[in-house]
Design a binder for this molecule. Structure first.
Ligand SMILES: Nc1nnc(SCC(=O)Nc2ccc(S(N)(=O)=O)cc2)s1
Ligand SMILES: [Zn+2]
Length: 258
């Protein structure tokens, strides 16, 4: 199975997932000076007030908070999107102590971590899995985390991490609204890309926010108590450095909101 180690990591994924060498792979290095300012790109709107979080889980690659996506109660719309996209889940990618950990980089510089808020096009597709394999199926909001003071709301996530230490564990996680994890500005870069983990489907309209949120090293360190392995496995592997490095931009352009 795929992972982030030497043998099963990003450089090996192409063997089982040939699309890894495709023309719209993610993440990428975003070069602000080369992004095209597009006046037709309007603001994005995040309608999360009615969102219903369900659980928090360790899927062996990251920690994921899932939402009830049985109706259009919470969606992202506007910006580059032709339809509203339904909130499905969010998860994180991070590094080792003091190392970089984001997936997208900005002019070659990485952040300590990156939050991905995953939405799917329920107007055009019947199920999430159908959408996840379609070129306009997903919209993922990328938010950079940089190190500084404690984030006032992240403790709601880090306080729950001990309950999902091992791969395959999940616990109830109700009443969490990801709005509390947003920066003050919703200015963004956008480009057409892919899932950043297998199956690497080229189905994502990426919306990467320019402004990072600030979390403390202590808070980010709590994520490293998670393990890639299941409770019953002998080999204990700390969950860290679960990020794919930037991929070739190929024939794509990155657009910038105003
Ligand atoms: N046959 C299939 N396997 N897996 C799927 S879709 C599962 C899924 O949601 N994967 C997923 C992978 C990466 C990302 S990410 N890091 O946000 O690009 C989001 C989501 S369809
Ligand atoms: Zn992700």
């Amino acid at each position: 199975h795929w992972g982030y180690g030497k043998e099963d990591g990003p450089s090996a994924w192409h063997r089982q997932y040939p699309v890894a060498k495709g023309n719209r792979q993610s993440p990428i290095d975003i070069i602000p000076n080369e992004a095209r300012r597009d006046s037709t790109l309007g603001p994005i709107f995040l309608k999360y007030d009615q969102c219903r979080s369900l659980n928090i889980a360790n899927n062996g690659h990251s920690v994921v908070v899932e939402f009830d996506d049985s109706d259009d109660r919470s969606v992202v719309l506007g910006g580059p999107l032709d339809n509203p996209y339904r909130l499905k889940q969010f998860h994180f990618h991070w590094g080792g102590k003091g190392c970089e950990g984001s997936e997208h980089t900005v002019a070659g510089v990485g952040y300590a971590s990156e939050l991905h808020v995953v939405h799917w096009n329920a107007v055009k597709y019947k199920t999430y899995n159908d959408a996840a394999a379609a070129p306009d199926g997903l919209a993922v909001l990328g938010i950079f985390l940089e190190l500084g003071d404690d984030h006032r709301w992240l403790h709601m996530i880090t306080d729950a991490l001990y309950t999902v230490k091992f791969k395959g564990s999940a616990t109830d996680f109700k009443g969490f609204n990801p709005k509390c994890l947003l920066p003050s500005s919703l200015h963004y870069w956008t480009y057409l890309g892919s899932l950043t983990t297998p199956p690497l489907h080229e189905s994502v309209t990426w919306i990467v926010l320019k402004e990072p949120i600030v979390v403390s090293e202590k808070q980010l360190g709590m994520f490293r108590m998670l393990q890639f392995n299941g409770e019953e496995e002998d080999q204990r592997m700390r969950m860290e450095n679960n990020f794919r490095p930037p991929q070739n931009l190929k024939e794509r352009i990155v657009r910038s909101s105003n």
